[in-house]
Design a protein around this ligand. Structure first.
Ligand code: ZN
Ligand code: ZN
Ligand code: ZN
Length: 57
């Protein structure tokens, strides 16, 4: 039986409410983000596609 670590981390983007599994997080500068858009600081002012999340830089 395998027991994968199901660790979730909050996206480091301040306005973002998403949590992402540590394994799938996009890491940038030692922080974990839920998606590229957050990791880049929303250069296109696009939000992440997650329902209920209002972050868009
Ligand atoms: Zn989000
Ligand atoms: Zn995010
Ligand atoms: Zn964000």
């Amino acid at each position: 039986m395998t027991s994968p670590t199901n660790e979730t981390v909050k996206c480091a983007c301040e306005d973002c409410v998403c949590e992402v599994s540590a394994a799938k997080a996009v890491s940038r500068d030692g922080k974990a983000f839920c998606c590229e858009e957050c990791a880049e600081g929303h250069p296109h002012h696009a939000g992440c596609d997650h329902a209920g999340c209002a972050c868009h830089g």
